[in-house]
Design a protein around this ligand. Structure first.
Ligand code: GRF
Length: 202
């Protein structure tokens, strides 16, 4: 039986597309059963529609409280038997309630070599700082933003002729290669967090 994963995204969705492609090309053995999106205008929504993947649009104002909102999301994910939550440009910080409900089963991709350049503008921050090497990090999510055990990292050199746009392009190319590999490692139970193996729930 294929394991169900949910991708959370708020924007463009190029990592979402890379994961869909990896499944289609059988480099990744799972079912992307759900896209969770918090932005009704995100281009990723159309990409999910084209790929035939169910979308859950989570609009916080529709709920009486943040807790009620998150409990509803957790119920939905559990009912869909989601084994792994894959954050791919999801701009909302997950609360401890959600992190706890899926402890060790949420991963994130960040366009820098963590712990350097946390935050929403990591590529530009690294570029403007003048570092010679930046990169991509995939990590397990904990309660802190852009923090948690690192699964994979890949360095991306910044060349003298680089512009922000050319660097962004190379970073995204690395992301699209790295994220399917990281998801596969998690689903195969090969990622250990504090002595525990990230095994799918039985
Ligand atoms: C990626 O750069 C990812 O590292 C960061 O958000 C961006 C999402 O891009 N967390 P996309 O929507 O997948 O194109």
């Amino acid at each position: 039986m294929k394991k169900n994963i949910a991708i959370f995204a708020s924007g463009n969705g190029s990592n979402f597309v890379a994961l869909v492609k990896a499944v289609k090309q059988r480099r990744l053995d799972c079912r992307i059963s759900l896209l969770v999106c918090d932005n009704p205008h995100a281009p990723v929504l159309e990409k999910a529609r084209k790929a035939g993947i169910e979308t859950l649009l989570v609009e916080r104002p529709a709920f009486a409280s943040r807790r009620a909102f998150e409990e509803a999301v957790i119920r939905y994910l559990k009912a869909a038997d989601i084994k792994l939550i894959v954050l791919a440009g999801f701009m909302r910080v997950l609360s401890p309630l959600l992190v706890n409900a899926f402890r060790g089963k949420i991963i994130n991709i960040h366009p820098a070599l963590l712990p350097a350049f946390k935050g929403a503008h990591a590529i530009a921050d690294a570029f403007h700082y003048g570092v010679k090497i930046t990169g991509v990090t995939v990590h397990v999510v904990d309660e802190e933003v852009d923090h948690g055990p690192i699964i994979l990292q890949e360095a991306v050199p910044i060349k003298p002729a680089d512009t922000l746009a050319s660097l962004e392009k190379r970073i995204h190319q690395v992301e699209h290669r790295l994220y399917p590999r990281a998801v596969r490692l998690c689903l195969e139970g090969k990622v250990k967090v504090a002595g525990r193996t990230l095994k799918p729930r039985s």
